[in-house]
Design a protein around this ligand. Structure first.
Ligand code: MEV
Length: 403
């Protein structure tokens, strides 16, 4: 994506943005990259039109709202981005924006995502001579990959398709064998595509290996769809050397204790999920994959780690991340479409890096607060504001109800 797109706001550094009236904030971020009808949707408050809601789910009776915010200061792979976030928890957006401001003093976030390759699983039970299953399937590899591609011609036309397969002997005694098909899904989340592949090839695989076909479904642990993002921050921007030490110690704590690692990762997911929800992503799939990945090294561990390097702090987040820019809610939900256009309509791999940057920023903000004054002071300020709002909302409801 070009850095010089004139239809996008030239910088994500918007001092005073949080203090500006809501309408002014909206004006500051909605540029020509947002199509007129989507800008109008945001200007009207962003409620999901009921006919759209009715098509998206079943038994719909209303629509459910969350605040849609913009996290500022993000610079990702040399490009400033205004990050849509939808989250009910106060402080997540402010914290991520603050951390991104510190990180941009050293150039922002840098990262890369692998090709978007999803995993389809075909389960076979009671496979005779299960131990030899990989060897027995190997001569048929090319033909099976071709058969898989034939099931998804549209995806193959768009440059995706079946890249590889793998035979996993899960339980030799029971003959439980699982065959993975690795499918490049382009800018889609890919669930439908890989499910189609799994269903299309299962009978063929069973004929070759014997045994009884079981499940044919994607895995939400997409280890061939990974993202890695890194950032650095100096002691001055962070607020002192002691905070670097504190964050490094916090990282070691998370590396050694699963009880801490899960809370550390909750901080990461504050950012990841807020962007995922704003952009209509399958956040349950993202969550499931993230925590499975966090526990793959034997014990549950941190998704992001921090260490001292040269004169500052460096952090890195690595995780599986299936995010899409086509299909699902991205095509139908006007708020999601507006959010994607605010980002300049990135592809899925670029979006993965942006989402991961939000996760790393959120983790940094949490650890900085915990290593410094503690989390409660900032939280309490924002909770007080929320309590004020609750009072106002209650009054408004009463007034509305009495009218
Ligand atoms: C709260 O939403 C997230 C934190 O608990 C994360 C952490 O402890 O690192 C502050």
């Amino acid at each position: 994506m070009a850095d010089d797109r004139e239809d996008l706001p030239p910088t994500s550094r918007l001092p005073g943005f949080y203090r500006a009236p809501l309408a002014e904030r909206r004006e500051a971020v909605i540029g020509p990259a947002v199509p007129a009808e989507l800008a109008a949707h945001l200007e009207a408050g962003g409620a999901l039109p009921l006919p759209v809601a009715d098509r998206m789910s079943e038994n719909v009776i209303a629509q459910h709202g969350l605040p849609l915010s913009i996290a500022t200061n993000f610079r990702v792979n040399g490009r400033d981005v205004l990050l849509p976030m939808a989250v009910e928890e106060p402080s997540v957006v402010a914290a991520a924006s603050n951390a991104a401001r510190m990180v941009r003093t050293k150039g922002g976030f840098h990262g890369e995502a692998t090709e978007a390759v999803m995993t389809a699983q075909v389960q076979l039970d009671a496979v005779p001579d299960a131990a030899a299953a990989p060897e027995r399937l190997a001569p048929h590899r090319a033909r099976l990959l071709e058969a898989a591609d034939r099931a998804i011609p549209g995806m193959v036309r768009r440059g995706g398709g079946c890249r590889d397969l793998e035979v996993r002997v899960i339980d030799e005694a029971e003959g439980l064998v699982v065959v993975h098909f690795y499918v490049a899904v382009g800018d889609a989340m890919g669930a439908n595509v890989v499910d189609t592949v799994a269903e299309a090839v299962a009978a063929d695989v069973a004929t070759l290996l014997g045994g009884q076909v079981g499940l044919r479904i994607l895995s939400n642990l997409p280890l061939r769809r990974m993202v890695r993002v890194r950032c650095a921050v100096g002691a001055d921007a962070l607020g002192g050397e002691a905070l670097i030490d504190g964050i490094v110690r916090a990282s070691r704590f998370a590396e050694k204790d699963p009880f801490r690692a899960v809370t550390h990762n909750k901080g990461v997911m504050n950012g990841v999920d807020a962007v995922a929800v704003a952009l209509g992503q399958d956040w349950r799939a993202i969550e499931a994959g993230a925590h499975a990945w966090a526990s793959l090294r034997g014990a549950y561990g941190p998704l992001a780690v921090w260490w001292r390097e040269d004169d500052g702090l460096v952090g890195e987040l690595e995780m599986p991340l299936a995010v899409a820019t086509v299909g699902g809610a991205t095509g139908v939900h006007p708020g999601v479409r507006a959010g994607l256009s605010l980002l300049g309509n990135p592809g899925a791999r670029e979006l993965a890096v942006i989402v991961a940057a939000a996760g790393l920023a959120s983790n940094l903000a949490a650890l900085r607060a915990l290593a410094g004054e503690g989390i409660q002071r900032g939280h309490m300020r924002l909770h007080a504001r929320k309590a004020e709002l609750e009072g106002a909302a209650e009054k408004a409801m009463k007034k509305g109800g009495g009218a």
